[in-house]
Design a protein around this ligand. Structure first.
Ligand code: HAM
Length: 419
């Protein structure tokens, strides 16, 4: 039968892989909780204007990549392309607008209509964090340090942290003007996207990946000198705090990030193990405006792409999490022994073992084959004879040693033998 694949850019995640996902998720929960963050779960779709307003109408994500549809009442809804805007919408119901700090993290699927490639999906998964309500460069640095901590805990080595500052909105006028003057002189030899960016979003020219454009970008004037002294001091404090926390970084003046809500610090983590899609995580400080709000939500946060974290772990040959607990396979010969085995299975599971049991009338040979196929550590065998004696036979499938035991002693024996 022909395979019925999931839609392009999506994937099924089978149990053998889920073990790895759980490791990433559970480690995130542990690390972020140790910094005082709690998990927030928001819907996977929101009113479209939450993203249009929150991320900016000129961003690539809003212009080209959103999955938008109408609900029954004709309201426009969008599958979340990222987590921050929805989290801000949820936090409007708390005290953050009065400057009370909120520390939240989230994980789950995000949706962007991008061209699928290795590490680029239409449904992908992020684990992300937002520190909302307060503005302080030390918080930006702590946020970045927490991300690096997380990467170390999931055994990702060799990741490079790139940081930059985008200043605040009022810094961008003069700096953007200087860039526009420069790029206007070269625009005829730049790509079609850059031509549009010259008018729509001059800053995005800086991270164009086209080779020809990159040569021109390399000669662009330094815009930092147009930023206010306050903004430059803010960035200096971020860098000094990272130094104090012994977090290594590279300052990358071309790093601007693709979403319009960023102010001050922006950062990205790149890793050579990824190939073309180099960013495994990105984030920064933001001022995010929601519909019908006159004041933006302020915060700092990041999100890491889980598929990309897994690709890097694969490239680094990181061993998967601890293998599942040794499995016990219960072999039953005859109806009454099989029934007794189902009861024993329930007891052993309550005692913490992973237990599988044959429920059909199969031969000894066939049941042992199943035990081996399932990679069980022990077979616990019972026929009518053993049942009448209240006993079972425990067989170590690695060494082939076996012994008969009273049923009541099986759990204690297996616990000892499985060590
Ligand atoms: P972002 O850079 O758009 O930032 O996405 C964060 C990460 O999600 C990327 O570094 C990448 O690992 C992963 N990612 C993005 N698109 C895809 C895709 N199509 N397929 C696979 N992985 C992908 C944000 O989303 C911001 N909300 C981060 C943030 C939080 N900034 C402040 N707070």
């Amino acid at each position: 039968m022909a395979k019925f694949s999931p839609p392009p850019g999506t994937a099924d995640i089978f149990p053998a892989e889920t073990v790895q996902w759980l490791e990433l998720e559970n480690t995130a929960r542990k690390v972020f909780a140790s910094y005082g963050y709690g998990e927030l779960r928001t819907p996977v779709f929101e009113y479209t204007e939450v993203f249009q307003r929150g991320l900016g109408n000129e961003t690539e994500v809003v212009r080209k990549e959103m999955y938008t549809f109408e609900d029954r009442g004709g309201r426009s809804l969008t599958l979340r392309p990222e987590g921050t805007a929805g989290v801000m919408r949820a936090l409007l119901n708390t005290d953050v607008l009065n400057g009370t700090e909120q520390r939240v993290f989230y994980m789950g699927p995000m949706f962007r209509g991008e061209r699928p490639a290795a590490g680029r999906r239409r449904q992908f998964h992020q684990v992300g964090v937002e520190n909302v309500g307060r503005v302080a460069p030390e918080l930006d640095a702590e946020n970045i340090a927490m991300l690096m901590d997380y990467l170390a805990r999931i055994k990702i080595t060799g990741a490079e942290l790139r940081i930059n500052t985008r200043g605040i909105q009022s810094d961008r006028g003069p700096a953007g003007e200087a860039l526009r003057r420069y790029f206007s002189q070269h625009i005829d030899s730049m790509c079609e996207d850059c031509r549009q960016r010259l008018h729509n979003n001059i800053w995005r020219i800086l991270d164009c990946k086209q080779e020809n454009c990159r040569r021109i970008i390399a000669g662009a004037p330094s815009y930092l000198e147009f930023f206010s002294a306050d903004s430059r001091r803010y960035f200096d404090t971020v860098c000094r705090t990272l130094d104090a926390l012994q977090v290594a970084y590279v300052i990358d003046p071309l790093l601007v990030r693709g979403l319009d809500y960023y102010v001050h610090t922006v950062f990205e983590i790149v890793h050579s193990g990824l190939g073309a899609q180099t960013a495994i995580a990105g984030g920064g400080r933001y001022e995010l405006l929601l519909p019908e709000q006159s004041r933006p939500m302020v915060g700092v946060g990041f999100a890491a792409g889980m598929e990309r974290l897994l690709l890097v772990r694969e490239a680094l040959a990181v061993a998967p999490a601890a293998p599942p607990a040794a499995a016990i396979y219960l072999v039953g010969l005859g109806e009454a022994p099989r029934l007794a085995n189902m009861k024993l299975a329930a007891e052993l599971r309550r005692a913490g073992f992973t237990v599988l049991t044959e429920v059909e009338n199969k031969s000894m040979k066939s049941q042992m084959r199943t035990a081996n196929r399932l990679n069980a550590a022990f077979a616990v065998i019972r026929g009518e004879d053993e049942l009448s004696r209240g006993a079972v036979i425990c067989r170590d499938l690695a060494s082939s040693e076996q012994r008969e035991l009273p049923e009541a002693e099986v759990a204690a024996y297996l616990r000892q033998a499985a060590k």
